[in-house]
Ligand binder design. Structure first.
Ligand code: C5P
Length: 219
């Protein structure tokens, strides 16, 4: 819809992967494309929102005048940027595939190959979304979940533990859905229940998410 249903609202969105440096030339990353988060950003801006889009490495671009794109690399950088803005936003949507762990030490020089085995010690990254839940005052908070078993139960647990208003459960079990694809198959879970959708474009999923957020923020 072209209605300006988000006029006057500020929406913070995290998107894409994070890269965790091992040494000056290597990192631990993942296959997130950022497409879902960028689609939500475009949809929110089209509805009149001021958008802060904090994205990990992706080839995607955006030209909308109401989207402030902040590019970061690591989970810690994403964390720092999110909490520069979080207190002032109306809605926060965490679609980023944040690395759960990062190398404990970043080697100053390129690691040489020598022994047959190499061990890299990892330490847990901050859970950005969980921290947003803890610091929530009036924000409508949306998270994403990708589960391989007990999908709905695990997603519901995340909704409660992270103090979210809604969680978007991504299906892994569909060929057209997920990482790098242009389509997604999702369920929305709130404390009120669950809503299932068919396979659709990430643009259409973004529109559904914003529709839901708008209904939720009216309450
Ligand atoms: O706990 P889990 O990683 O499955 O939760 C996924 C949700 O949490 C996603 O919305 C993701 O963007 C967010 N997340 C985060 N920071 C992390 C890990 C996940 O914001 N370190």
């Amino acid at each position: 819809s072209d209605s300006q249903s988000f006029a006057g609202k500020t929406v913070l969105i995290t998107a894409g992967p994070t890269y965790e440096a091992i040494d000056p030339v290597r990192f631990i990353g993942n296959h997130s494309s950022g497409k879902m988060g960028f689609a939500i950003a475009e949809a929110a801006a089209a509805r009149g929102a001021q958008v802060i889009l904090i994205s990990g490495p992706t080839s995607l671009q955006t030209g909308h005048e109401r989207i402030q794109l902040i590019r970061i690399t690591s989970a810690q950088e994403m964390y720092d940027q999110v909490f520069r803005f979080y207190d002032t936003v109306d809605v926060a949507i965490a679609s980023a595939a944040v690395a759960d762990y990062a190398p404990a030490n970043v080697a100053a020089q390129k690691i040489k190959k020598s022994d047959s085995h190499l061990t890299i010690e990892l330490i847990k990254n901050p859970d950005i979304l969980a921290e947003m839940g803890l610091r929530k005052n009036n924000q409508f908070l949306v998270g994403f979940a990708l589960e391989t078993e007990n999908e709905e139960e695990n997603a519901r647990g995340k909704l409660e533990r992270k103090n979210l208003d809604m969680i978007v459960l991504n299906s892994l079990s569909d060929a057209g859905a997920g990482f790098g694809k242009d389509t997604n198959l999702v369920k929305f879970i709130t404390s009120d229940g669950i809503t299932e959708f068919g396979l659709k474009s990430k643009q259409a999923v973004a529109a559904d998410i914003l529709e839901f957020v708008q209904q939720g923020t009216l309450k």
